[in-house]
Write a protein that binds this ligand. Structure first.
Ligand code: NAD
Ligand code: UD1
Length: 338
């Protein structure tokens, strides 16, 4: 039996494919390569010494999904495929609702036709209502996200809960990721953003490697210890292992359950810059500029539930994150293109 990873050629999907292959699962990947390269998967095969099946295709294509389910004995699906750039989602809301919400609908319909009812979904901490009380537990209020990307994640959570309530054969995990960063410690696979990175760590890494001049620190007047934004940065390998733990749990039982995947502690932007300088031995010049619209001052996870129910917790610390991110970035300054 195999696990299907939609969007499995991307950043989190490729690391999860690696973890699942190493755990002995067979892996099938469906990806339209709109934000990824096939090279990531060749490297996963090279690291693990195992083959995976890759199908280039779109989750909105019902015929392609039917053919895939007919050809492979799929036991469960881990659903990463989607668009994720917050700023772009504000400019192109229809593309985001179509890819993320319609895409998930199309995937669930095909799973239903194929009789596959076990699904892990990539949600995000962005679904939580802005709060001054930290950490955020899974029962904290979810709100009206400030952008279409966040709204699409919340809509998908609703869709999946309604689906499971209507048909108890479904077993669904909603995994709310905090801030995924870092890379596999081989330095062979990592995050490869298209164009200008939106997120902090890839931006810092590109400054350190000389691709960009300076980091802009968005806001230094927050009510946080040093005035800059605080986030819960989780190593992508810990996150990948969290998917394996969730799969192991939801294969035993039906229901729709939510787990935070974070570390339970936050670091500021300035702490991240200093830690990267330490790991890379390179200076990371920065300018303090105004706040970015839509940002919250602080955000970190309560990880108690994942610890108790999944038997999982993040094992890697900030220095591991930075060392691994630097190994990837310095060996692949232009990502999978060289
Ligand atoms: P990514 O862009 O690297 O991976 C997404 C993959 O999906 C890409 O390989 C892309 O080519 C593919 N894809 C997109 N639309 C598709 C479609 N219609 N059909 C088939 N394939 C399609 O992003 P990632 O960082 O690996 O994120 C994976 C998932 O986790 C996404 O759903 C994202 O929203 C979610 N998430 C990411 C973060 C983060 O910070 N990286 C945080 C919270 C949630
Ligand atoms: C962002 C998204 C969130 C998404 C997450 C993962 C926004 C408002 N939120 O989260 O919806 O789920 O990415 O993809 O975009 N920062 C700088 N300079 C930079 C970049 C970031 O100072 O060049 C700061 C930010 O203000 C923030 C921190 O670094 O305080 C982390 O930012 P980022 O990596 O973009 O993640 P989030 O904003 O937490």
């Amino acid at each position: 039996m195999s696990i299907l990873l939609t969007g499995g050629a991307g950043f989190i999907g490729s690391h999860t494919a690696l973890v699942l292959l190493e755990a002995g699962y067979d892996v099938v990947i469906l990806d339209n390569l709109c934000n990824a390269s096939r090279e990531s998967l060749s490297r996963v095969e090279e690291i693990t010494g195992r083959d995976l099946s890759f199908i280039e295709g779109d989750i909105r294509d019902g015929d392609a999904l039917d053919a895939l389910f007919a050809r492979h004995a799929i036991e469960a699906v881990v659903h990463f495929a989607g668009l994720k750039a917050v700023g772009e989602s504000t400019a192109r809301p229809l593309a985001y609702y179509d890819n993320n919400v319609t895409g998930t609908l199309s995937l669930c319909e095909a799973m239903q036709r194929a009789g596959v009812f076990t699904l892990v979904f990539s949600s995000s901490a962005t679904v939580y209502t802005e709060s001054s009380t930290m950490p955020l537990a899974e029962d904290a209020p979810t709100g009206r996200p400030s952008n279409p990307y966040g709204s699409s994640k919340l809509m998908i959570e609703w869709l999946l809960r309604d689906l499971q309530a209507a048909d108890p054969r479904w077993s669904i995990a909603l995994l709310r990721y905090f801030n995924p960063v870092g890379a596999h410690d081989s330095g062979r696979i990592g995050e490869d953003p298209n164009g200008m990175p939106n997120n902090l760590l890839p931006f810092i890494a590109q400054v350190a490697v000389g691709r960009r001049e300076r980091v802009s620190v968005f806001g230094s007047d927050y009510s946080t210890p040093d005035g800059t934004g605080v986030r819960d940065y989780i190593h992508v390998m810990d996150l990948a292992e969290g998917h394996r733990a969730a799969l192991d749990v939801i294969r035993q039982d039906t229901g729709c359950r939510t787990w935070n995947l974070g570390t339970g502690r936050g670091y500021s932007v300035l702490e991240m810059i200093t830690a990267f300088e330490r790991a890379s031995g390179r200076p990371v010049p920065f300018d303090k500029v105004g706040r970015r619209q839509g940002d919250v001052a602080q955000c970190w996870a309560d990880v108690t539930r994942a610890g108790q129910e999944l038997g999982w917790r993040a094992e890697r610390g900030l220095d591991d994150i930075m060392a691994d991110a630097w190994r990837w970035q310095s060996a692949n300054p232009y990502g999978y293109r060289g």
